[in-house]
Write a protein that binds this ligand. Structure first.
Ligand SMILES: [Zn+2]
Length: 125
């Protein structure tokens, strides 16, 4: 069991993680936006007609267009960003133990430690 001081990451590290998470989020959205623009351009002389949409409804459309995997990825990233703000980033949401740093490096939006992840996959949340 780690003491609180050891668990808490310093500000610099956290802002780095936050930046990385936002980049990942942008990547998912950019990919979906590209697919969306392509689908919009079909049958419209090859020109994506997205200019006159308000950026808000455009954003909505892009989100609607996300695949289930992409949507859950964005949700995971948003949840991770929230945990950064709440100061509980890197802690398992189930058992509240620290998630191994290596796991967080591979999947920075992990919510569960390996043990809980395995159980959640077997028995559900
Ligand atoms: Zn756990």
């Amino acid at each position: 069991m780690l003491s609180e001081a050891e668990v808490l990451m310093d500000e610099g590290k956290l802002s780095e993680i936050k930046k990385h998470l936002l980049e990942m989020r942008d990547e998912v959205l950019a990919e979906s936006e590209r697919v969306y623009a392509e689908s919009q351009s079909l049958g419209k002389d090859g020109v994506p007609d997205i200019g006159d949409m308000s950026s808000n409804s455009y954003h909505q459309e892009v989100l609607m267009n996300l695949s289930e995997t992409q949507r859950s990825r964005v949700r995971d990233i948003d949840a991770a960003l929230e945990r950064v703000d709440m100061g509980v980033y890197g802690l398992c949401v189930r058992c509240e133990e620290e998630i191994s740093p290596r796991r967080m490096e591979v999947r920075p939006f992990s919510r569960y430690c390996i043990d809980c992840k395995t159980e959640v996959e077997k028995f559900g949340e």
